[in-house]
Design a protein around this ligand. Structure first.
Ligand SMILES: [Zn+2]
Length: 283
């Protein structure tokens, strides 16, 4: 699933290409992915220009020129592609937003979990976005606030930092990378972390996300940018999907386990299992 760095890359590309473009038509062959429904969506969007785009967590937020908000989630395999209307078809295109100047946005989605949703107004938008936790790279993401989230919870640390209601935008890739960087076992109880470990994890999360953005995302699965190009961060991953290979820090063979139902990569030497929850059930 695209995480903060991937969605941020797309958002920046949209900013450069889409703002000021007028919506001429909307098409779909996958009606459930256009919400509330295709007719309502077309009625409120056709003839209007895109005014701005933002990102919150893994969500893209558009405003049209009259203030109408639209949100989009790529979920597991969604791709947003900016194409000329004459360009060859993209596989699994589910939605097309035809724009002026011969351009169009294609929403391609192999697994059909992604969606694009028209909202009524900004109050509606706020209600939706209030569900999310603190957003990295904003003034709210202080060490103090991060400590409050981590230090009181009796849950495993990896699912906690992936919980969008706690920390927004971190998913499977960047949580594995951050925990390896901070030398913390993904199954450690969050409240067992020392103050130094929390500080290290905080720094590592920001660094992992920052590098991901600098590399225009990670394309281990379906993710591509707005032009259909893969991200370059895969070559800079330290641990994610490296099971069977030596840890870049100590040479111990990297293991894959399951934590909260998610494939999880760790170095058994750098990330000691001391204090983990349910250890015996997961190896
Ligand atoms: Zn190691």
């Amino acid at each position: 699933m695209p995480e903060l760095p991937e969605v941020e890359t797309i958002k920046r590309d949209i900013e450069k290409n889409l703002i000021g473009k007028k919506i001429l038509d909307v098409w779909t062959d996958s009606p459930k992915q256009v919400q509330p429904n295709i007719d309502g969506f077309k009625k409120e969007t056709v003839g209007k220009k895109f005014k701005d785009v933002k990102r919150r967590a893994k969500i893209l937020i558009f405003h049209l020129e009259d203030g109408t908000p639209i949100i989009a989630h790529l979920k597991l395999s969604g791709r947003l592609l900016y194409r000329n209307q004459t360009d060859k078809a993209d596989a699994f295109t589910r939605i097309i937003i035809k724009l002026g100047e011969g351009k169009e946005i294609r929403f391609a989605d192999l697994r059909r979990f992604g969606w694009i949703r028209l909202l009524k107004d900004d109050a509606n938008l706020k209600e939706f976005l209030d569900e999310f936790g603190i957003e990295p790279f904003t003034p709210d993401f202080t060490l103090e606030n991060f400590k409050k989230i981590v230090s009181s919870k009796p849950t495993k640390i990896k699912p906690l930092i992936m919980d969008q209601k706690q920390v927004a935008g971190v998913g499977n890739i960047y949580s594995d990378e951050s925990l390896w960087c901070a030398k913390i076992h993904p199954e450690r109880s969050a409240k067992s972390l020392s103050s130094d470990e929390i500080k290290k994890l905080y720094d590592c999360i920001l660094e992992a996300l920052k590098q991901g953005i600098a590399d225009r995302g990670t394309s281990v699965d379906q993710y591509v940018d707005l032009q259909g190009q893969k991200g370059k961060h895969e070559q800079n991953l330290q641990i994610f999907r490296k099971n069977g290979q030596p840890c870049p820090r100590c040479g111990t063979i990297i293991k894959k386990i399951r934590v909260g139902g998610r494939g999880t990569h760790l170095c058994p030497n750098c990330q000691k299992s001391r204090g983990v929850l349910d250890h015996k059930f997961t190896f």
